[in-house]
Design a protein around this ligand. Structure first.
Ligand code: FNR
Length: 369
């Protein structure tokens, strides 16, 4: 059997010419667990067990859930954070554990903007009728965005002033520094799914008339400022990543041509890991089905230099499908989300199927595959 490309190692380059070596090309994408107990953004033993099991399962890069750079940027009060040192201390044993099982530890840094202050998307809450916004009276908080927009079925958010934008850039920087202190090997900036950065990028939500709205250059300014500022403090031996919504899937919205252009600009600023998701503003209008977002990754990969690490995500559930995506050059790796919730040993099963070496913990040597 020919060697599996999916299970061949790869390096995500860093600024100083070194980089992050991954044992294979199967990445765990960030997935909110809504499992913070004390509403304090401090990760718990659940995060250790959940992310640790994914390292056991053979993922090469385990990316922790959307982790808020500021308290008001949480999707819900059950979200994880990196806005204080108590959170840093709680993440440390988790990143150490992930690494001790041969995986790299990543974290997605996030700010939900207008989509903050919700109940969080847990089945038990939805069944109790608790979904959508939490008002300030009910324990929620004021939300901020690029410009007020009726596109979210949530309470109205306040447009950020220029001072608030500048302060917010500093929140991203401080969170990146804390991510480094917590032992994360990579940060992924959450620029997707209709959250704050995407609210700036998309013409659907960004109706500002100052230098942060209007033209492509203005709408991308907030993100470029974040990347430039983080790049100045993020260690030169650790790679910097981003997750985009490659498409709003709406006419006159943010589109793949914009994403390709911006990916090139961020590459110039030092970003080397690109994950291509889509949508998040208004109801989902895009295609569905196996690998439905792969063409977005392919478009970005084709436009970037070869050393960028571009991953595809979305309904990638099968080993042969994943192998085909990387062998055919559509992407450099795959992110496998919900299939991993159903089976944290997804990469090891895929390795077995593709005739590649598994990377399960030694304790599991008698497992049946
Ligand atoms: C997600 N997703 C997600 N995306 C993101 O960028 N940050 C996040 O924190 C979350 N949280 C989250 C929680 C849960 C429970 C799910 C199922 C999904 C989206 C996720 O990373 C992925 O892009 C999608 O699930 C599509 O990939 P799969 O699941 O089809 O492999």
């Amino acid at each position: 059997m020919p060697q599996s490309k999916l299970f061949s190692p790869v390096t995500i380059p860093a600024k100083n010419g070194t980089g992050l070596q991954l044992r294979n090309r199967v990445v765990l994408p960030p997935m909110c667990q809504y499992s913070i107990i004390e509403r304090n953004g401090v990760p718990t033993t659940w995060h250790l067990a959940h992310l640790g099991s994914m390292a056991h399962g053979g993922f090469s890069l385990v990316i922790a859930e959307a982790t808020a750079v500021a308290a008001e940027g949480r999707i819900s009060d059950r979200d994880a954070g990196l806005w204080n040192d108590e959170q840093v201390e709680a993440w440390k044993p988790i990143t150490e554990y992930i690494r001790s099982h041969g995986a790299a530890a990543g974290v997605q840094l996030a700010h939900a903007g207008a989509k903050a202050s919700t109940y969080g998307w847990l089945k038990e809450l939805e069944e109790a009728g608790l979904s959508g916004s939490i008002s300030v009276e009910d324990g929620g908080w004021e939300t901020f965005t690029s410009a007020p927009s009726g596109l979210f079925d949530l309470k109205p958010a306040t447009a950020m002033s220029r001072e608030q934008i500048a302060e917010s850039v500093q929140d991203w920087v401080a969170a990146a520094q804390r991510a480094d202190a917590a032992g994360f090997d990579l940060i992924q900036i959450h620029a997707a799914h209709g959250y704050l950065i995407h609210q700036f990028l998309s013409p659907l939500t960004n109706q500002r008339t100052d230098e942060y709205g209007g033209s492509y250059e203005n709408r991308t300014r907030y993100l470029r400022e974040i990347i430039q500022a983080i790049s100045a403090v993020w260690p030169a031996d650790k790679p910097l990543g981003i997750r985009f919504s490659g498409e709003d899937w709406v006419e006159d919205g943010w589109g793949i041509a914009d994403t390709v252009k911006l990916a090139g600009e961020l590459y110039e600023l030092g970003v080397r890991a690109f994950d291509l998701s889509s949508a998040g503003i208004g109801p989902f209008r895009g295609p569905t089905g196996p690998g439905y977002q792969v063409p977005l990754a392919q478009a970005v990969k084709q436009a970037l230099p070869d050393d960028a690490f571009v991953t595809a995500v979305g309904s990638i559930t099968d080993a042969i499908q994943a192998e085909h995506i990387v062998v055919s050059g559509q992407a450099d790796g795959v992110s496998v989300g919900r299939a991993a919730l159903g089976n944290p040993q997804w990469p090891n099963h895929a390795a077995q199927q593709l005739g590649a070496e598994k990377s399960h913990p030694p304790q599991y040597w008698r497992g049946r595959w």
